[in-house]
Design a protein around this ligand. Sequence first.
Ligand code: IPE
Ligand code: IPE
Ligand code: MG
Length: 245
Amino acid sequence: MIENIDPDKLPQHIAIIMDGNGRWAKKQGKFRAFGHEKGAHSVRKIVEACAELHIPNLTLYAFSTENWNRPKLEVRALMKLLVNALKKEITTLNKNNIRLNAIGNIEALPTGAKKELKEVIAQTQENTHMTLTLALSYGSREEIVKTIKEISLKVKNNLISPSDIDESIINNHLYTRDLPDVDLLIRTSGEQRISNFLLWQIAYAELHFTETLWPDYTKDHLINAILDYQNRERRFGKTSEQLNS
Ligand code: IPE
Ligand code: IPE
Ligand code: MG
């Protein structure tokens, strides 16, 4: 129940691995693309729910670096869906004062998708209520490799010395440099793995796995996940006694 949510203990950053579109479609005897379309409706509902619940940061895993290995037809359908969704949702984003952001190797996206994405990012950049980040062509290992390359170059050019390298320097080179660490990571569809998502950023996240397939995921499921999160004791290495004294 929404009334049970403690407004003082809200996760500041929720990340979701939206999984199960294909299985959802298969269950209805439909093509996988149909599941992705239905999944896009869940995206809208969950974005609106997070805005309503005052979650300042929501990050959605929409397409991984590994997803490029799917059949060409499915990749094409996903990219087309992305362009259509961006075109359609710009008004909803502005109405809800939501800023769109993207992480991942955006340059790898098809021209049309890249253009639409950059446009919606530009048109929502002044919005302040919530940051919605889409992970697109995102892979955490790719992100870490990119980070190491950039930092190495700075060392080589004598801009920093190896002893300057600390967690904050690494953080500042990640795609997520402007976002706080993830507090709550949700994965739908029953799979219990991370699939190359935000490895650095989830170091101390609470993990919530649910059997629900993404196209069936609703605001009530999200509320349940937040309540589950609020019932955890986040110790960050300390003892329970230390936290409660
Ligand atoms: C998640 O659903 C969407 C993407 C990965 C793009 P899937 O397409 O992975 O659905 P399942 O896991 O095959 O059911
Ligand atoms: C993870 O889902 C990627 C996204 C949700 C975009 P996958 O369905 O691709 O993950 P694996 O391959 O089953 O781990
Ligand atoms: Mg999957």
